[in-house]
Design a binder for this molecule. Structure first.
Ligand code: ZN
Ligand code: ZN
Ligand code: ZN
Length: 138
């Protein structure tokens, strides 16, 4: 079952402010990861500093994760398993050269055993190519 914004925030101890709710709900409607510039563009009336801080809070609290793709950092909502200071985004990211969108591919996970005796704080696995949508588009 889909979580309400309130439940998602409570689960990660994020205090709900108007801007936080708006940004979260916007990200929830999309499948692709968003750059800061894209979020700023969508909320063009909002203060840029507030948007930036909101994203930083989401990152710290384990609500969104950052993906470095071809050109920039993008942000995407995390799974429930991510917590404050402890992200668990071990999945593949896919960057489409044609539409320029970056998406999370949770079905392709890096095995836990890869870490071994290492402490891994962050994993970036990025594949580049052409996405399903662009491949079937004529
Ligand atoms: Zn995460
Ligand atoms: Zn594409
Ligand atoms: Zn992801």
């Amino acid at each position: 079952m889909k979580k309400t914004t309130e439940e998602a925030f409570n689960g990660k101890s994020i205090r709900p402010t108007t801007m936080r709710i708006l940004i979260y709900e916007y990200m929830e409607t999309l499948t692709a990861a968003l750059s800061l510039a894209e979020i700023e563009k969508y909320f063009h009336k909002a203060d840029k500093v507030t948007i930036y801080r909101t994203l930083q809070t989401f990152l710290e609290k384990g609500l969104v994760h950052k993906i470095m793709d071809d050109s920039q950092a993008r942000y995407r909502l995390c799974a429930d398993s991510c917590e404050e200071e402890e992200h668990n985004d071990r999945h593949l990211h896919f960057y489409c050269r044609r539409c320029g969108q970056t998406t999370c591919r949770e079905e392709i996970m890096l095995p836990e055993s890869l870490s071994g005796s290492l402490q891994i704080d962050e994993i970036q696995i990025l594949a580049k190519g052409i996405c399903e949508k662009c491949l079937t588009a004529k």
